[in-house]
Ligand binder design. Structure first.
Ligand code: GAR
Length: 182
């Protein structure tokens, strides 16, 4: 059984998908801890509703101490918009979900709606989802899995974001199933 710590900043639909899959017995895993840099993140309410320990933390010492207490096997960043520090990366395997086909549309400032705005501005026929290991540079770690999603002629950044997010909610569970299968 894998213990997963999920880091979040916003709505937490991907967190919810992971929680639901764990509770349904679809994953050999449990969410042992949720950490947010944003105290108003709806994701924290989702964690509380599922009775999962959840914390609003902003400093590295607090985050390290909390991780040491809950001992996760892996950390998953599911819409976490703050940089992970080297001290955390030195001790834990950290994965991230990104709403585009990296290495395109990654890097500083490329998060959430900004990604989808840039994809449409470049008239890309397709976009997608990338799940990758995190290393010290933004969006630069080893790619674990990608899924392509076509853009549509009448897409706006909002319609594209919503469609990609829907796919993320199933893809993240499929990839975590692979990561936790042994
Ligand atoms: C997701 O689209 C995720 O890929 C993105 O934030 C959203 C969070 O949604 N992450 C990034 O842009 C990171 N660079 P959620 O809170 O509903 O899971």
């Amino acid at each position: 059984m894998y213990n997963i710590a999920v880091f979040v900043s916003g709505g937490g639909s991907n967190l919810q998908a992971i929680i639901d899959a764990c509770q349904a017995g679809k994953l050999n895993a449990a969410v042992c801890l949720v950490i947010s840099n944003n105290k108003n993140a709806f994701a924290l309410q989702r964690a509380a509703a599922a009775k999962i320990p959840n914390y609003h933390l902003t400093t590295e010492p607090e985050i390290l101490a909390t991780l040491a207490k809950y001992q996760p096997d892996i950390i998953f960043l599911a819409g976490y918009l703050k940089k992970i520090t080297p001290a955390i990366l030195a001790q834990y395997d950290v994965y991230n979900i990104h709403p585009a086909l990296l290495p395109k549309y990654g890097g500083k400032g490329m998060y959430g709606i900004h990604v989808h705005t840039a994809v449409l501005a470049a008239n890309e026929p397709e976009t997608g989802i990338t799940i990758h290991k995190i290393d010290a540079e933004y969006d630069k770690g080893v790619i674990i899995a990608q899924k392509k999603i076509p853009t549509l002629p009448h897409d706006t950044p909002e319609t594209l974001a919503a469609r990609v997010l829907q796919h993320e909610n199933t893809f993240i569970v499929e990839v975590i199933a692979e990561l936790t299968k042994d």
